[in-house]
Write a protein of this length. Structure first.
Length: 297
């Protein structure tokens, strides 16, 4: 009662703006009901009804007919008004303004990841536009020295020709090649396989380099010379003179040579020239036949 006038006050929430939001996972929007209402009252000492309308703070009218509040609305994430039935997406949620003038939000549904085939792998990444984790399939590979190899690929180790790799679903499998019955021989006498891993030693008649120190009259020099090395095929021949089978007497011997000159170093600091015979080619010669051949005069 104020000034002899009875009024009824109705509360609609703080500042006349009640909020009602249904959120599954977060707060996205709100619902507002109009702030004005009207209450009838009777003045003391009179039988006439007088209407007083209470509006928002600072606004008051007297004697006006009752006014109806505006239809309630929902509020979006930026405070914008939303009508019942409207839908929107915000912060990975799908929201709707219901007929009860409340905001109902649900976490946005994302598509399921694809099923990858054998030899493929699943790659996932988050899409900021849809808030979903997107997946796709790509061929599974093996990474070696910054190079991608497909499943089933094989290759040799560039640093070790005796090691090869194969790419499988589970990763790399290394295979080390075995070189059975391999004996040591100088590099120049080696014959390598196609992978440059295993080798065999030359056994045929050939010239082979060798380091030799020549000494003469107290002076010396270390040089590289060649020698005849290897095997010659043995054959069986019928000897018409002896009337029997005899083995061939083939031997790996020098076939051609040349004279070369080298300078020998002496202890007193002087040098002297020295000439030697350098073998250039070798071949299998029948030493038995040579032994019975008379020397050329």
């Amino acid at each position: 009662t104020a000034g002899g006038v009875e009024t009824e006050a109705f509360s609609t929430g703080a500042a006349g703006r009640p909020d009602s939001t249904t959120l599954h996972g977060g707060t996205i929007g709100s619902t507002r009901v109009g702030p004005t209402f009207t209450s009838p009252g009777r003045k003391a000492g009179t039988s006439r009804e007088v209407f007083e309308t209470t509006t928002a703070p600072g606004i008051s009218t007297t004697g006006c007919p009752p006014s109806h509040p505006p239809p309630p609305v929902c509020h979006g994430p930026l405070g914008e008004e939303k009508s019942p039935g409207e839908e929107w997406t915000a912060n990975c949620y799908t929201c709707a303004c219901t007929d009860a003038n409340t905001v109902d939000c649900n976490l946005k549904e994302c598509p399921s990841a694809p099923t990858c085939k054998t030899g493929e792998r699943l790659v996932k990444f988050r899409d900021n536009d849809t808030c979903c984790e997107i997946g796709y399939c790509e061929p599974r590979t093996c990474l070696f020295n910054s190079i991608d190899y497909e499943i089933g690929a094989s290759f040799n180790d560039p640093n070790n020709p005796c090691i090869s790799y194969s790419c499988y679903d589970t990763g790399f499998v290394a295979v080390v090649q075995d070189c059975p019955k391999q004996t040591w021989c100088p590099e120049e006498d080696r014959v390598y396989d196609s992978k440059k891993c295993c080798y065999t030693c030359k056994t045929n008649c050939r010239s082979s380099p060798v380091n030799v120190t020549i000494k003469y009259n107290g002076c010396q020099k270390r040089i590289k010379m060649t020698r005849c090395l290897g095997e010659c095929k043995k054959t069986v021949q019928y000897n018409y003179t002896l009337f029997k089978l005899t083995n061939s007497c083939l031997c790996c011997r020098e076939d051609n040579y040349e004279f070369r000159e080298v300078v020998l170093n002496c202890p007193d600091g002087s040098t002297i020239p020295y000439k030697y015979r350098h073998v250039t080619t070798c071949s299998c010669s029948d030493i038995c036949q040579q032994s019975v051949t008379p020397p050329v005069s």
